[in-house]
Every structure is written in C-alpha cells, then in structure tokens.
Design a protein around this ligand. Structure first.
Ligand code: F6R
Ligand code: ZN
Length: 193
C-alpha cells in the first residue's frame, strides 16, 4: 500500500477556505452552552439573532500520515461583552503539541497548563504560536473582522474538552471601551448549570 503523498494545500487567508478539504464543521452560538459568563445573554442572542455562526473548522488529512492541518475561521462578536471564542481543550495525549499561524484578523490565544499557569499569545497576521504539550488552548477573536488561523497537529493528539467544560479557564477576555481586557474569570471552578 502506498503511504501518504506530498500535497499542496491552499488556505484562503481571508475566508479560511481549505482546498482540498477532507472535513469541515461549524459551531454556532447554540453549540456553546455554558461557555460564556452571561448564559442568559447567550440564550437571548441564539433566539434573537438567528443562532449566529461563531466559528468553523476545515481540515485536510491523509490516511497513515502523522500530521493533519487546517484552518479555523472565527466570526467577530461577543456575548454580553465577552468576545467569541473556541471551546478550548487539552489534547487527549499529553505529549502532543500544536502550531497555530494567524492568517488574518486579530485575537488572543489563551493558554493554561495543568498547574494553572496562564500565558497569552497575540494573534495577528503572520504570528506563529507554539502550543507545547499539555497546555489547554482557546482562541478568541478580539477584532471587528474574522480571525483566520491555520493549525498543524499530530493526528493522534485527540481532544479533551472535559476540564474546561467543567471549570472554565482562569481568565476571560471582555471588551471594555472598545479594547480587549483580560480579567480573572469569576466563575472559574464552577460547573455550568
Ligand atoms: C486542534 C485545534 C483546533 C481547534 C479549533 C476549534 O487540536 O486546536 O483545530 O480544534 O480551533 O477549537 P475547539 O476544538 O477548542 O472548539
Ligand atoms: Zn488543539
């Protein structure tokens, strides 16, 4: 059997389109229950704004290749002042890292390790973030346009969403007078109802 073959994959920096793509999914605000500090505002926005798109992920992978890659495209917006963000996760395998490269837009990558250490990496065109093994990572669109980034990850990394779903991260990012502020998460450690 032939192994994986070299490939050129095209990423559209403005839209996040991946050509060719082997997979794609979207996350709408209704998919993100319990993630924002103002759950009522999230539910109101789902009902009154037609369940807006928050982010989408497109990927390319080949069988028996150790890496896969893709893009995440995040819409601008906020819930009660808290910027749109991804769910955030640890990798299931604690020895697997990842690389994020920002293609367009502006945001923050919030990272937290098992000991509760926080790091924030700015996301702007051309910035490359190294996510070491066993650091939870969540991306946040703090701009007025879509935030598009590419990622490259070992296929066996897997996702562990549990710790963040149960406890949240120690920091949240909110808009104050038009600029992003990184605040302590008042609900950290509380499992959403
Ligand atoms: C894969 C990875 C990204 C994210 C994507 C969505 O390991 O980090 O592809 O999966 O940006 O974020 P989550 O999965 O946290 O909703
Ligand atoms: Zn990841």
């Amino acid at each position: 059997m032939a192994g994986p073959l070299p490939a050129e994959i095209f990423f559209d920096a403005a839209t996040g389109r991946v050509e060719p793509a082997t997979g794609h999914y979207v996350k709408r605000l209704s998919d993100l229950a319990g993630m924002f500090r103002d759950e009522e505002a999230r539910q109101r926005d789902v009902a009154e704004r037609g369940d807006p798109l928050v982010y989408e992920v497109a990927e390319y992978r080949q069988e028996r290749c150790d890496l896969f890659l893709g893009t995440t495209t995040m819409q601008p917006g906020n819930v009660g002042g808290e910027y749109y963000m991804t769910r955030g996760h640890f990798h299931a395998r604690r020895d697997r890292g990842e690389v994020y490269t920002t293609l367009s837009g502006a945001g923050l990558l919030l990272l937290e390790n098992r000991e509760g250490r926080i790091e924030v990496v700015e996301m702007r065109t051309g910035s490359v973030a190294l996510i070491p093994p066993d650091w939870a990572h969540r991306s946040i669109n703090t701009g007025a346009v879509p935030l598009v980034f590419s990622w490259v990850c070992p296929v066996d990394a897997g996702h562990d969403y549990g710790p963040i779903l149960e406890k949240g991260l120690r920091k949240i990012v909110v808009e104050r007078a038009g600029t992003p502020q990184i605040l302590d998460n008042p609900a950290f450690g509380q499992t959403p109802a």
